[in-house]
Design a protein around this ligand. Sequence first.
Ligand code: NAD
Ligand code: TYD
Length: 366
Amino acid sequence: MTENQERVGRRLIVTGGAGFIGSNFVRHWCQTYPGDRVVVLDALTYAGNRQNLADLEEKANLRFVKGDICDRSLVDGLLKEETIDTIAHFAAESHVDRSILGPGAFIQTNVVGTFTLLEAFRHHWPTLSTGDGQRPLFLHVSTDEVYGSLGPEDPAFSETTPYAPNSPYSASKAGSDHLARAYYHTYGMPTVITNCSNNYGPYHFPEKLIPLMCINMLLGKQLPVYGDGQNVRDWLYVIDHCRALDVVINKGKPGETYNIGGNNEVKNIDLVKTLCGLMDEMATELPAKPCEKLIAFVKDRPGHDRRYAIDATKIKTELGWEPSVTVEEGLRQTVEWYLTHRDWWEPLLSEEYQSYYRQVYSSGEE
Ligand code: NAD
Ligand code: TYD
C-alpha cells in the first residue's frame, strides 16, 4: 500500500482514547483517515478527559463509549455491533508513582483488562469477512519500561532484550505484553506489540514529569527532581508516536514487536533546566524568575530505573518510520501548549490530584 486511496478502510476501537496518547492518536487517525470508523472506549478514570477529544466530537465517524475494558459483555457487544476489525489498545493505568502507592488498579486494568480484550477479540475476529481486503489486528501499545533499567554503557533496548520490569506499572505492562504475544502464538490471532519510550506533548496529564514542571513553573511552585536528577529517559514527541502506530497498523507484521523511540536520551536534571530556560523566554508573566531557582532535589522514587534507551532500528528498516520532531522543537511546542491551555490543565488540579501530590511529594527536599 503506497497511497491512502488504495487502502481499505478500518473500523477501530481505540481503548483509552480519552487519555494522553490515545486522544492524540484518535486526532491523528480521524484527520488522516476521515472515512474510517473510530469507536473510543474509555472508562474516564482520573487520567481520562473528554475535553481531550472536544474538537473531534462533531465527527460523524467518531463514537465515544464510556466503559471499562474489563466489561466483557460491553466489549463483545461493541465488537459485533460495530463490526470492528482493529483494536488499538491504549487503556491502562500509566503512572509509576501511582503504581507504587496502589498496585491493585494496575493489575486489574493492565492485566485483567488486556486479557478481557484479547479474549473478546479471539472470538470475534474469525467472524469477520476478510474477502474485501480487511486485515484484522490487535495493536497492543506498551512501554520500554518492561525491559528494566540500563547502566550508562549498556546498549539500548532492542526487541530481543529480555524483560526485567522493576515497578508494579512496568510489571503489569509486561504481563499484558506476554498475553498479547501468547494469543498470536497459541491462537494465531493477529497481534502486534509496540514498546515505546517516554512521550511528551499536548494533553499530557499534570502528574508526569514534563507537564508537572511546566505547570509548577506557571504557579511558582517547587520543581521536584527525584534523587540526584541523573536518571536518563528517551523522549519522543507524542505525534511521532502516533505516526509510528499508524505505520504499524497499516504495515506491521502480525506476531511482531516493534520498539519505538526518539533517539533523545536526556538526564532529568538537564531536561528540567531546558524547560526552565524555555519558560523564562516564552512566558510573559511568571511568579518566579528565573525558573531554575525553583528546582529542588527531593526524595528518590523507590526502585527508580536509572536509564532507558531504545534501539528503533527495526521499525526504521522494516516499516520506514523515524521521528520527525527534534526534542528542541517538541519541547518548545509543548511549553507553548501549556502556556496557552491553562483552561485545560487548571481544572485537573482537583482535590484528588492535590491529595495524590501530597502523598508523593510530602517528604519534601532531601
Ligand atoms: P493515560 O494515563 O494518559 O491514559 C489512559 C487512558 O485509559 C485514560 O483515558 C483512562 O481513562 C483510560 N482507562 C484507564 N483504565 C481503563 C479501563 N479499565 N477501561 C477503559 N479505559 C481505561 O496514559 P497514556 O500516557 O496515554 O498511555 C497510553 C498507553 O501507552 C498505555 O498503555 C501506556 O502504558 C502506554 N505508553 C505510555 C507512554 C508514556 O510516555 N505516556 C510511553 C509508552 C507507552
Ligand atoms: P515520569 O514522567 O513519571 O515517567 P516514567 O517514570 O514513566 O519514566 O518520570 C520521568 C522521569 O522523571 C523519571 O526518571 C522520574 C522523574 N521525575 C522527577 O524527577 N520528578 C517528578 O516529579 C516526576 C513526576 C518524575
